[in-house]
Design a protein around this ligand. Structure first.
Ligand SMILES: [Zn+2]
Length: 290
């Protein structure tokens, strides 16, 4: 037998659909249902081995794979960028194992998987946003014990988190958290919204879209269902605020309403570009936000 023939026989069959076996999908979906039923609550699940290392988006990938249908159109972004190596490879993986279409257009996608950003364009009730989460526990900054943080959530005891924020105000005159800004979900659980900038936090509040959060390494899934209150922790005299880009615009498309990345040129000149490359590309073609 020729080596090539033998290799072809040794190939893992294309089924089951979308890489995960039915048992794994069932486990993830069960966790998703519970997560949707208790917004902001971290549901433990049996995180499977993926064809990439934990910490590279395996939590988000497992959620996407367990939801994927052949009719889906998938968009994958990494820090807002459709073209980064990680985003492109995850997209290729879905094309291969799920036989789905991929896109860079937020409005065209039925499922968007992302790391560290929420797209600028408003998503609707027919769409799902899957976020890759490195650290699901919002209270980890103030408590290292998992047993203790779970008890704090159960008792809705967030005093130490408030104290942590208050200390920031005392030391620096403001809350300095730039990302992973803690939010109260549905008036109950304090949640880590993953390392999105503050700019993206208001997009979670009373949205039309279902947001699913997956932490593969930490084996946790949580969710923000549509039309759910997501309120950043703030004090009456020190309100939550988003990043200020006033007076700045994207050097590529001219946008003044998007989250901007600062790029330092070779001559030391600073310029700003949309972090959401799909949004930037669309604006370049003459499209405007309706
Ligand atoms: Zn732009």
């Amino acid at each position: 037998m020729q080596a090539r023939e033998w290799l072809a026989r040794a190939k893992i069959p294309a089924n089951p659909f979308a890489f995960l076996d039915d048992g794994a999908k069932k486990d993830v979906r069960r966790a998703l249902l519970k997560a949707v039923a208790i917004p902001g609550y971290q549901v433990p699940y049996g995180s499977r081995e993926m064809p990439l290392a934990r910490g590279w988006g395996t939590g988000g990938i497992q959620i996407t794979l367990s939801l994927l249908l052949p009719s889906d159109t998938v968009k994958v972004i990494d820090q807002g960028c459709d073209g980064s190596v990680n985003a492109v490879n995850i997209k290729k993986f879905y094309e291969r194992v799920g036989d789905v279409r991929t896109t860079t257009d937020t409005r065209e996608a039925s499922l968007v998987q992302t790391r560290h950003r929420i797209p600028e364009e408003k998503m609707d009730e027919g769409q799902i946003l899957v976020l890759q989460v490195p650290y699901p526990e919002a209270l980890r900054e103030v408590e290292s014990s998992e047993a203790a943080t779970r008890r704090m959530h159960a008792e809705a005891d967030y005093a130490r988190m408030w104290l942590h924020l208050y200390e920031d105000v005392v030391h620096y005159g403001e809350i300095r958290l730039a990302y992973r800004y803690p939010c109260t979900v549905n008036g109950r659980h304090v949640m880590d919204p993953s390392p999105i900038p503050r700019w993206d936090v208001p997009k979670l509040h009373m949205a039309d879209t279902l947001f699913l959060f997956g932490a593969g390494r930490e084996r946790r899934i949580y969710a923000v269902p549509p039309h759910t209150r997501v309120e950043p922790l703030e004090f009456e005299d020190h309100r939550f605020r988003v990043e200020d880009f006033s007076g700045r615009s994207c050097a590529r498309c001219g946008a003044t309403d998007s989250f901007l990345d600062e790029i330092l040129g070779p001559n030391g000149a600073r310029s700003f570009y949309c972090s959401d490359t799909g949004y930037c590309d669309k604006r370049r073609t003459g499209w405007t936000r309706s």
